[in-house]
Design a protein around this ligand. Structure first.
Ligand code: ATP
Ligand code: MG
Ligand code: MG
Ligand code: MG
Length: 339
């Protein structure tokens, strides 16, 4: 019997379009002799689009308004063997949809409520990983209410860390809302932008030298495996949205040209982080490597990383000998095994 899969894409976050791109690739790759796949695009307003609007959204990359309320459709998801929530950012990668599916009793690809929520929030991730002894850059939390009522306290936290620093919404991805702040004069604009997107904002120190950016894929549930390590290089000052999604702006190097012991440590730290955060299925773990000092810092854990055929995560497992369609098949198996 073919497995019935509900593939969710789009969603309410700033990464809606990225999700549609990933979903097109997954839809084409799930082997039809094993799976019967129904895509449903969730609009930016959070409504689940009917089939014709879903197909149009996947084809054009633009989602129409309309559709059903999420809770209404969740009940009809009951006939599915598994859900593939190929959603990034808030209301997709953060435990909310995972909670709904858990309540509905439907297996799904990727981390559960805890792993998703703890990995989505960059502050919570840092706290959990600090207690697991994983090296990270210095950071501070600020909340919106404070920024409105006592901005000097927030500014003081930035000055503690020193410039340049990074300001980020705590719960987002694709570099949406992230600024590199070179000095005090750029700080307020960066904070205002980040607070327009999230109630919680993280301030992060930079390493002394421009770090190299290395990423590793993790696959599995309680006995996960790590992919080879990949590296990104780009001309931009940091890996911002345009650099991520404009053809030709960034280059992937797989395997990363790293000393063997550094690559081994990246893989080991990523596995530790995956387990510490209670992740499941898959994650892409991003690091900074400071060549001058040999230091490694874990930057973040993405529980639903970019998933087009040319995205880093599938490429990393491709280098390990797993084709894209074998990879998505494995992810569905892991979802079913986890019940
Ligand atoms: P993703 O699309 O991988 O989910 P994201 O939106 O969650 O990304 P981060 O990975 O935290 O964002 O940061 C985006 C980029 O900003 C990094 O890849 C890096 O280029 C730069 N960056 C972020 N934090 C720092 C830091 N503390 N020091 C140096 N560079 C940083
Ligand atoms: Mg991220
Ligand atoms: Mg992400
Ligand atoms: Mg990242």
């Amino acid at each position: 019997m073919k497995k019935r899969i509900l593939l969710l894409a789009g969603g309410q976050s700033g990464e809606h379009e990225v999700s549609l791109m990933s979903a097109r690739s997954v839809l084409a790759a799930l082997p039809r002799d094993q799976f019967d796949v129904t895509p449903v695009v969730i609009s930016k307003q959070g409504r689940w689009l009917p089939p014709t609007d879903t197909v149009r959204a996947l084809e054009t990359g633009v989602s129409a308004p309309g559709g059903d309320l999420v809770l209404h459709r969740a009940a009809s998801a009951e006939g599915y063997d598994a859900v593939f929530p190929l959603l990034h950012g808030p209301m997709g990668e953060d435990g909310t949809i995972q909670g709904l599916l858990t309540l509905a009793g439907i297996p799904f690809v990727g981390s559960g409520v805890l792993g998703s929520a703890a990995s989505m929030d960059k502050v919570m991730t840092k706290q959990v990983l600090a207690s697991a002894g994983i090296p990270q850059v210095a950071w501070r939390l600020a909340v919106r209410r404070e920024w409105a009522q006592n901005p000097d306290a927030v500014r003081a936290r930035a000055h503690d860390l020193g410039f340049p620093l990074f300001v980020k919404p705590a719960n987002l991805g694709s570099s949406v809302g992230i600024s590199k702040v070179h000095g005090p004069d750029e700080l307020d604009a960066a904070l205002t932008l980040a607070f327009s997107l999230d109630r919680r904002v993280i301030l992060e120190a930079m390493t002394a030298h421009k770090p190299r950016e290395v990423e590793v894929g993790i696959l599995g549930n309680d006995a996960p495996i790590a992919s080879p390590v990949g590296e990104l290089s780009f001309a931009a000052e940091f890996y911002d949205y345009a650099t991520k999604y404009t053809e030709g702006q960034a280059t992937m190097h797989i395997p990363a040209p790293l000393p063997a012991e550094v690559a081994a440590r990246v893989r080991e730290l990523a596995l530790q982080a995956f387990l510490a955060l209670d992740c499941a299925g898959l994650a892409r773990v991003d690091f900074f490597y400071v060549e001058e000092t040999g230091e490694l810092f874990l930057n973040e854990v993405n529980t639903m990383p970019g998933f087009t055929t040319t995205s880093m995560y599938p490429k990393l497992f491709g280098a390990a000998g797993l084709s894209y369609s074998e990879l998505v098949t494995r992810l569905v198996e892991l979802a079913l095994e986890r019940r």
